[in-house]
Structure formats: structure tokens, C-alpha cells
Design a protein around this ligand. Structure first.
Ligand code: BG6
Length: 461
């Protein structure tokens, strides 16, 4: 793999495909507002969509989405966006759309094109952009999942590589833009107390959970073709696992980081269908856009082993799902019990726990045993907690950081193709072999089978 150039030039325009879609509404417009407010965004933002809207309708849509997340938007910033937002309407299948876009982008030298559209449309759009003669000035930002299995990811990469070098492809996994997720690196590599215990000698298991207490929220047509394994486990959860498990890079830069993550993915054998549990919430089949009798999973749990020296024999359990009991994103590290249980009566079954809370109000908790008050030498668990936003101030939003990075040409926080292909290889037997699907109730923690996977119960969230 040729090392990437460290940094590309700053973008002079941002183009958003899927500008009237869900991702733009929920994440991208609020991110653009923040970028404009901080003075980072100085360029035009050209939306592309098939919805026939006037400039005014488009701007209203953007402002509505901003007002949902920003308490009192600044009129000056909205005024700036009004002047700099533009919409080009057309059909993705028709070349005229790309030719119109090329006219609109005349004179622009560093064009960032963000594809906030279903992955199935990526190829068509890149072909259109290429035919319009835009590709030599473009860097392309593509949303996950990159492909839908190993074969299609290779195919997609081949088709992109024909028109674009790797250094101008930015593959998004927005979890890599979360400050809370990045904190795993700082926690592990800026503090010397963890390294001696960060291995199979001291750690008995790792559990990674991303759960949501809501269903598919009208995204049926998209979600039904994807499912929890492809939507979250292949990308978000495996990326978090890699940050927990990887060796320290010799320097923090995108190339070294991806090299270390790649070594972890390579040390994971393809998942065995018996170590994967798929579930579907009761009521999913009635959601609009979902195919009758669909066997798409809305829950997935997996047991993963990393076959290397550091992690030999340590189970990594991953789970994700929609319509579960809580919305949370956590990593729970369970430590081994001491070699002799001096306070056996109360100590047994209460191992030390280190918990990374990576979702809203992120922070770290450490669960220790302390002496219970009174005469006896019995123990009881106590928690040491820190909530980072209270201790350090508010975090930035992931999409804002990723858009800024792509516009400045910085690959940190984006995934590299070799890692992405490895993650598909890991899932290959379970996305094509399709393990059985178990129903679960809305508001539960998924199918009972997921507990059997961990040999009891998941550690409480
Ligand atoms: C997206 C998935 O990548 O991540 C969604 O497609 C999911 O299904 C979302 O809801 C969760 O993101 P976050 O940042 O809220 O954890």
C-alpha cells in the first residue's frame, strides 16, 4: 500500500449528494452550522438531490434541521448559510445532472463530494462524476457500510480506484469522529498504569455494546437491505474493538493507526455462525418499507477472539440492536479475580470492572472492592466515575469533525480499504451463511440466546 500524502489542500467547495435525506437533516446541516459559526466554513455548499425543491425550500429544510439541534441559532450564521447553500436537482441515473454540477463547479480546484446516499448508488454517481470530467479535482467522502460483503466491497473499491487514487477517498465510520471513542487511545497510551494489565493475564473478557431504544424510525427501505451486522457490527463495533485491542502506534497518524488496526483485524478468524446471534424485534415486519417475511436482523451479538499474544483466550463480546431497553454505547473490561480470595465470602463474583461510556455524557467508571463499614473484613463494590463533559467541557459532534477533516484533506479518523476488507472477511461466514433469527420484544435486551453466548448474563449497563 502506498503511503498517503500527509495532507491535501483545503477544499474550495463542498457538494452534498443526498442533501434532502435523513443523514443531512440529522447530522450534516447542524455540523455545517457549527463550522460556519466557528469561521471554518467559508466555501459554498452545493446540495444534490432528486427532490424538486426551490432554493428557498432547500434552505428552509436546512434551517429546520439546524433549529432542532441548536438552541438559539445566530442570525448572522444563518444568513451566511442562506448565501452559500445551493441545490442542484436531477436524477442520479441521468448524465445531465453531473454535467449541470460540473458547470456549477467551474473554476473550483479542490472539490469535496460527500455521498450521503445508499451505497448501492455509489458506483453510478462516481461514473457520472467521471464522465462529467470532475474526477481529477474531486475528493470523495463515502458513508459506511462500504459495500455489503467482501466481494462487493472489492468491486466497489475497484470501480473507485479506476477514477480516483486512494488518497482522495475518505471512508466514513462516524464512530472514529467521536471524541469519546478517540479518548480510548488517550486513556490507553497517555497513561502508563494500564499497559501492564492490558492483556490476557489480567483481563478476563471485553464486552462492547451499542444499543438503541428506538426502532428503525421510517428508514425501513434502507435498513431492511442492510441489518444490524452490516449497519453497526462490521464497522462501528469492530473499529471500537480495534482501538481497545491494538498495539500503540509508533506515532499518531492515520497510516500508523490503520496499520495497527489492520493487525488486529488480521488476527481475527472469520466468525463462526455458532458464535453469532441474530434477532429481530417483534413488530419490525409491520414497519413501512420492510419486505413481508424479511429476515433482516435488528439485533446482532458475536463472540470474537483475537488470535495474538496479547489477547490469547480473551473473549470479546459484541452486541448491537434496535428497539432495546436503553440507548447506550459502552465498553466493559472485566478483570480477573486475584490469585487468592482473602475475602472470599463477599469478594467472589465481583471482579474489577473498567467501563468506557462512549455515548452521551461519556466518561469512565472503575468498579473496585472496598471494605464494608463495621467490624468484619467484608467487601463491597464502589465506583470511581468521571463524566468528561462535566470535568472538561462539551465535546464536538462527530460529523462536524469529520467534515472539517475531509475539507482539510486529513485522513485521520477515516478508514483504509485494507482494514475495511478485513472486517468484511471476518463477517463473511455469517452474512452469507445467515445464522438463525430469534424474535425479541421491544424494550428487552434482545433474544435470550445472546445471554447464552456470554455464558450467563451480560455485565449490567
Ligand atoms: C449509524 C447507523 O451508522 O449509526 C444507525 O446507520 C445508527 O442505524 C447510528 O442509529 C448510531 O449513531 P450514534 O452516533 O447515535 O451512536
Amino acid at each position: 500500500m502506498t503511503p498517503r500524502k500527509k495532507k491535501l489542500d483545503d477544499a474550495d467547495v463542498l457538494v452534498l449528494f443526498g442533501a434532502t435525506g435523513d443523514l443531512a437533516k440529522k447530522k450534516l446541516f447542524p455540523a455545517l452550522y457549527n463550522m460556519a459559526r466557528s469561521g471554518f466554513l467559508t466555501t459554498d455548499v452545493v446540495g444534490v438531490a432528486s427532490t424538486k425543491w426551490s432554493h428557498e425550500e432547500f434552505v428552509n429544510y436546512a434551517f429546520e434541521s439546524i433549529k432542532k439541534t441548536v438552541a438559539a441559532p445566530d442570525d448572522k450564521v444563518l444568513g451566511f448559510l442562506d448565501k452559500h447553500l445551493d441545490l442542484i436537482v436531477g436524477k442520479y441515473e441521468e448524465q445531465a445532472l453531473y454535467d449541470d454540477l460540473a458547470k456549477r463547479l467551474e473554476g473550483k480546484k479542490n472539490i469535496v463530494i460527500y455521498l450521503a446516499i445508499p451505497p448501492s448508488a455509489f458506483e453510478q454517481v462516481t461514473r457520472g462524476l467521471h464522465a462529467a470530467g470532475l474526477m481529477d479535482r474531486v475528493r470523495l467522502v463515502v458513508e459506511k457500510p462500504f459495500g455489503r460483503d467482501l466481494k462487493s466491497a472489492i468491486h466497489l473499491q475497484d470501480s473507485l480506484e479506476m477514477v480516483l487514487p486512494e488518497e482522495r477517498i475518505f471512508r466514513i465510520d462516524h464512530y472514529l469522529g467521536k471524541e469519546s471513542v478517540e479518548d480510548i487511545l488517550v486513556f490507553r497510551f497517555a497513561n502508563s498504569i494500564w499497559e501492564p494489565v492490558w492483556n490476557h493475564r489480567y483481563i478476563s473478557s471485553v464486552q462492547i455494546t451499542m444499543s438503541e431504544d428506538f426502532g428503525i424510525e421510517g428508514r425501513g427501505a434502507f435498513y431492511d437491505g442492510v441489518g444490524a451486522l452490516r449497519d453497526v457490527l462490521q464497522n462501528h463495533l469492530l473499529q471500537v474493538l480495534a482501538l481497545i485491542a491494538m498495539e500503540p502506534p509508533s506515532e499518531i497518524n492515520s497510516h500508523n493507526m490503520e496499520d495497527e488496526k489492520l493487525k488486529i483485524f488480521r488476527a481475527i478468524a472469520p466468525l463462526n455462525p455458532e458464535s453469532v446471534v441474530r434477532g429481530q424485534y417483534v413488530g419490525y415486519l409491520d414497519e413501512p418499507g420492510v419486505k413481508p417475511h424479511s429476515d433482516t436482523e435488528t439485533f446482532a451479538a458475536a463472540l470474537v477472539h483475537i488470535d495474538n499474544w496479547r489477547w490469547a483466550g480473551v473473549p470479546f463480546y459484541l452486541r448491537t440492536g434496535k428497539a432495546l431497553a436503553e440507548t447506550t454505547l459502552e465498553v466493559v473490561i472485566e478483570f480477573k479475580q486475584p490469585p487468592r480470595m482473602l475475602f472470599a465470602e463477599t469478594q467472589a463474583g465481583a471482579p474489577n470492572i473498567l467501563r468506557f461510556r462512549l455515548g452521551k455524557k461519556d466518561g469512565v467508571d472503575i468498579e473496585l472492592l472496598a471494605k464494608s463499614p463495621g467490624d468484619s473484613l467484608s467487601t463491597q463494590p464502589v465506583q470511581l466515575n468521571v463524566e468528561f463533559s462535566a470535568a472538561l467541557g462539551e465535546r464536538q459532534e462527530a460529523y462536524e469533525r469529520l467534515l472539517r477533516a475531509a475539507m482539510s484533506g486529513d485522513h485521520m479518523r477515516f478508514t483504509r480499504i485494507d482494514s475495511v476488507l478485513e472486517t468484511w472477511r471476518i463477517l463473511e461466514n455469517v452474512i452469507n451463511g445467515e445464522p438463525a433469527l430469534f424474535p425479541y420484544f421491544v424494550g428487552s435486551w434482545g433474544p435470550e440466546r445472546a445471554n447464552e453466548l456470554v455464558g450467563g448474563e451480560w455485565i449490567d449497563l
